[in-house]
Design a protein around this ligand. Sequence first.
Ligand SMILES: Cc1ncc(COP(=O)(O)O)c(C=O)c1O
Length: 364
Amino acid sequence: MIPINDLSRGYRLYQDEYEEAALRVLRSGWYILGKELSDFEMEYAAALSDDCYCAGVDNGLDAILLGLKASGIEPGDEVIVQANGYIATMLGVMQCGAVPVFVEPDEYYQLDPANIEEKITSKTKAVLVTHLYGLATRMEPVIEVCEKHGLMLFEDCAQSHFAPYKGTYTGLFGTASFFSFYPTKNFGGFGDGGGVVSKDKAIIDRVKVLRNYGSDYRYHNIAMGYNDRLDELQAAMLRVKLKHIKDLLANRDHIAQRYLKEIKNPKVMLPETPEGCIHTWYQFVVRVDDQEGFREFLKNKDVATDIAWKTPPYLQPVMTEKFGFKRGDYPKTEEICDTIVSLPMMDHMDEDEIQSVIDVVNTY
Ligand SMILES: Cc1ncc(COP(=O)(O)O)c(C=O)c1O
């Protein structure tokens, strides 16, 4: 079976370096809030741009929660998100006491800037875009609406590390941006991890206080904080990966370009990339009318697939119970969820594996 992903391949590509870094941390006797984390934060920010800062946190959900809080999102604020985004984004908003307000996506699966304005009320405080599947949202029109209405702009970059929009990486367009370093992510570690990035150092300093019991210095607590730190081991692993991220993204692009060129089946709609964006292929998502039939066909020919995700977040019980959403509320999102299928995509695939996926999809 060709897996949808195999995390051990990424590990094996740079095994010696990961093991050396892990041993360095284990032997150091210092495991939380040390030099690995501060070096990682500097290196990650520098890899994105020369005018931003980073705070490492324990996962992507907490990056959203702490980043929004540190930026001033308060209970009762409304935050515009896309209806086909990930549940963690909505949970981060809700855990701030704020209310997620949904808009439909565009044909690239990203938040459709044309749908923002009609959702703005007197309570709207921010737009939080999620760059899904490794592709940037079309940011210029989003920025335009935010500026026109005085809204803050945030980015969920859990799926879009180093994905550029018109030459600028996602994560650098708004007040703050939120990253997940969960193992399956294009830039993932070997456990949970996350980060907040901002050009405003005060926001990053507040996140650093919030992640450590609200403490600005040892045994001095100025805020209702959390224990949300990125540990030294994960930071050391991510420092290794950062050195190789461009090669890893090139591997993904090689797989995607072969799929794009060689999959030729009128029943399978291939993903499109809008002008100004470079896709980083966190997921290679195709569309088919018969989602389950297609998946079953591929499974029977030893090709694994996935759906990211079948149930839109607003139809999850936690959301329907709280807000009363129902099927039919966001038809475009539901149509997407009912027809998308992810093909195998990972840090490395052999040419014959790529060929097998192409052949099987073409015979469907
Ligand atoms: C778009 C998006 N936002 C947030 C998250 C949450 O990240 P984490 O799993 O690190 O909490 C994820 C993770 O899957 C995600 O895909």
